[in-house]
Design a protein around this ligand. Structure first.
Ligand code: COA
Length: 328
């Protein structure tokens, strides 16, 4: 049975830096090949933000476009949530910096940290706040400058990540909207993907920098297995909560970590590959920005029509995972 929640996405936007870093550029930087990267990950190129361009700038540019599509101005927004693991600085929050850039003077603003699942977690929080009546119009943003925490000498990780931002405006809607939300976490597997240095446990020192602890450390193979298992679980559980079936889904908007992960998830969920939205070839893994940008692009490209049932599905460090079913 479909339950109308009455909270939906009324505008989306994205920002991608103009600089393109191709696989052949990477061949000149580390011992890798275009062929290896494409066959193992599906990535052909990614965007890199230049010096002085950081997460708040990219997030606010994406947010401006989402506001325009929603036909709202910044002062109409009463909640801003930014999902990021690459904030401009430790504090204040990137959401507050974005609030200032937008002139969203009436909004309460805060960040959440859920890595690649961040945009889905932000949407879940905004959904509940709007449903409860506390806020009317929420801006949720997934924005990352992954190039700032990438070790450009480590071929195991540097071929995977890219920079960018996506934003959505959530509000009350007459029909459709979010039908179900499912989220999970497992901190026992935190060491599988982390930036160990620069926090309160190991504050930045000459030693932590020499040991490169300020860069992403990743156990690729273990993560791969968990990503397949947990993205499929999240998708299936969210679908069950919505009361819908696989065949009702028009499009899955997944976090873009590896095309092989996505094909395995599609298989586990009994979904044909055509129903999985992909843009990893152009952007790589942009952590919290990936699902946000994918939703904005799928809409721009006319892949989502009024009344369609879509699923957002993500997995990331923490570990964290989650899925949202919505009627567009
Ligand atoms: N270019 C060429 N060779 C590379 C390479 C690169 N960029 N990166 C690793 N290799 C090598 C390895 O050193 C290894 O060599 P060896 O067999 O001589 O030891 C070989 O390729 C295979 O490495 P492996 O780690 O088994 O590859 P894989 O098929 O598991 O693919 C990932 C590696 C990282 C692409 C894959 O594990 C993955 O995508 N994991 C999930 C990552 C992820 O999703 N992270 C974010 C979560 S949101």
């Amino acid at each position: 049975m479909k339950k109308k929640s009455g909270v939906g996405v009324i505008g989306t936007g994205k920002f991608l830096p103009t600089r393109v870093l191709t696989n052949s550029d990477l061949e000149k930087m580390v011992d890798t090949s275009d062929e290896w990267i494409i066959t193992r990950t599906g990535i052909k190129e990614r965007r890199i933000a230049g010096e002085g361009i950081a997460t708040a700038f990219m997030g606010s540019e994406a947010a401006k476009k989402a506001l325009e599509k929603a036909n709202l101005s910044a002062v109409d927004i009463d909640l801003i949530i930014t999902a990021t693991i690459t904030p401009d600085m430790q504090f204040p929050s990137t959401a507050c910096l974005i609030q200032s850039r937008l002139g969203a003077s009436k909004a309460v603003a805060f960040d959440i940290s859920a890595a690649c699942s961040g945009y889905i977690f932000a949407m879940a929080v905004a959904y509940e706040f709007i449903k409860s009546g506390l806020y009317r119009n929420a801006l949720i943003i997934g924005a990352e400058k992954m190039s700032s925490i990438t070790d450009w000498n480590d071929r195991n990780t540097c071929v995977l990540f890219g920079d960018g931002a996506g934003a959505s405006v959530l509000s009350k809607v007459d029909r459709g909207g979010i039908l179900s939300v499912y989220m999970g976490s497992d901190g026992r597997n935190a060491p599988m993907l982390e930036v160990p240095g620069g926090g309160s446990l190991r504050p930045s020192t000459h030693e932590t920098i020499d040991e490169k602890l300020h860069y992403v450390k990743m156990s690729g193979q273990e993560l791969f297995k968990e990503a397949v298992r947990l993205m499929a679980e999240a998708g299936n559980k969210a679908l069950a909560l919505s009361g819908l079936r696989c065949s009702d889904i028009s499009l899955v908007i997944p976090h873009q970590a590896n095309v092989r992960i996505l094909w395995a998830v599609a298989k586990k969920m009994n979904l044909p590959r055509e129903k999985v939205y992909l843009n990893i070839d152009r952007y790589g893994n942009m952590s919290a920005a990936s699902t946000a940008v994918a939703l904005a692009e799928a809409q721009e490209e006319g892949r989502i029509k009024k009344g369609d049932i879509i699923i957002l599905d993500a997995f990331g460090a923490g570990l964290t995972w989650g899925a949202i079913v919505m009627e567009w």
